[in-house]
Design a protein around this ligand. Sequence first.
Ligand SMILES: Cc1ncc(COP(=O)(O)O)c(C=O)c1O
Ligand SMILES: *[C@@H]1O[C@H](CO)[C@@H](O)[C@H](O)[C@H]1NC(C)=O
Ligand SMILES: *[C@@H]1O[C@H](CO)[C@@H](O)[C@H](O)[C@H]1NC(C)=O
Ligand SMILES: *[C@@H]1O[C@H](CO)[C@@H](O)[C@H](O)[C@H]1NC(C)=O
Length: 481
Amino acid sequence: FRLKKWKSSVSTQAKMPTCNFVAEKYKSYPYEHMQKIREQNISPSLRMYYKKPLLLHQGHMQWLFDYEGRRYLDLFAGIVTVSVGHCHPKVTVAAQKQLARLWHTTNIYMHPSIHEYAEKLTSFLPDPLKVVYLTNSGSEANDLAMFMARLYTRNFDIISLRGAYHGGSPYTLGLTSVGLYKHSVANGFGCSTVRFLLIFLIIWVTVYLNISTVNISSILKVLCVCHANDQYIEQFKDTLNTSVPKTIAGFIAEPIQGVNGAVQYPRNFLKEAYQLVRERGGICISDEVQTGFGRTGSHFWGFETHGVVPDIVTLAKGIGNGFPMAAVVTTKDIASSLAQNLHFNTFGGSPLACVVGAAVLDAIEEDGLQKNSEEVGTYMLLELAKLRDKFEVVGDVRGKGLMIGVEMVTDKDSRHPLPGEEINQIWEDCKDMGVLIGRGGLYSQTFRIKPPMCINKKDVDFTVEVLNTALQKHMERAAAK
Ligand SMILES: Cc1ncc(COP(=O)(O)O)c(C=O)c1O
Ligand SMILES: *[C@@H]1O[C@H](CO)[C@@H](O)[C@H](O)[C@H]1NC(C)=O
Ligand SMILES: *[C@@H]1O[C@H](CO)[C@@H](O)[C@H](O)[C@H]1NC(C)=O
Ligand SMILES: *[C@@H]1O[C@H](CO)[C@@H](O)[C@H](O)[C@H]1NC(C)=O
């Protein structure tokens, strides 16, 4: 355990990149009054980050401003949702214009923007994924995808992966496989999960780093990737052999697990899994709620990084840059299964949502955000990998593009998660230095970095400096014990 190095080495505070935007003055209730309302009138199930939760009132691109005028670099983007930047000027103008023109008609009439948007959105997807059903949230989209899989195949069972998050609605909660979100009510009828027996071993030999960009020995990579894939696919077969009937409705997976802390799979795993599912009469659903819209950098959709074409994709979060909207995109055949009878959604595909969705797609293209995710994300992964090499407690740095996980451990040999209170302090210190980071993983042991895709290398340098300082402080606390 290398503690001696950390004697009072904390550098002076990192300098936040400049920002010309001037936030308005905060004019609402005092902080304490907000807290009181929170306690009395807002559901206690909505838990907040940080010992003293933030009170934010304005945003501009990658920046957030609090009630006291403090500026923060937002590396969590309202949970991977602000894709092109807070209040992106073009998206905001498009929304404002539509707001004055027409908000809502519902789907019993035609309005132009749903048609324009459906055409534009599907132009980003390969054949035969050309039919769109718009909803309002990711949970709703996954509910609908499950429903369609069952209607279309006339089978019932759906498989998901351990550690997955697909939503909190009663239907999707059966697919979600993170203990924190489970409640003691009947759920998950017809849902089975695939276990990753070797998940820790696999993470720790940094196997799948082949599909990320962090540099490790290529020999190790080859050895581990082959071995890991066998292990993963054997687990998949085990579920097929033991937990489901001969024919199934489908399989759903995120291309990179989000809530679980940017967990990746070995190359070819999804490809082989898709084949096994289709042999059983099932269809394959790619949950692109976090990985879609260019975030992985190399590709516009996460499934493309695995060389597969799903039968259904579900989209939410980044699709609307924070506007509540989501989508299920599928084939003509599968979509028609839902037309056997009526299925209705009042708000889905509203004129306002469709205009926002189209403006977001334009902004991704015009601002070159997929390319930026690749360049800035790769740079960030490589810079963070230096912290992994420097600090014993940084167990793993992984991800792709601007979908990054930094896993904290007690030490690299045992790979045990760093105790919660120690991670919390590092995380609070980052916040106090102006950097907002997310959390994920079974033990909340992984820092999640999934910023608006407009961040730049200066923001990365600042982040790495801040994290470095927070980690040095941590080492000093540990040495003083
Ligand atoms: C991968 C994934 N799918 C689905 C959902 C559910 O989306 P929503 O919160 O919009 O219902 C989430 C939300 O975090 C998610 O991360
Ligand atoms: C990866 O490591 C090799 C060998 O150590 C080195 O030559 C190469 O420049 C590294 N690549 C990156 C992107 O750091
Ligand atoms: C690693 O990734 C590259 C493409 O990024 C691929 O060509 C190579 O075959 C992969 N290696 C293994 C062991 O899968
Ligand atoms: C699943 O069943 C098949 C056919 O009986 C068998 O060949 C295979 O070894 C089994 N795999 C697992 C992981 O149980």
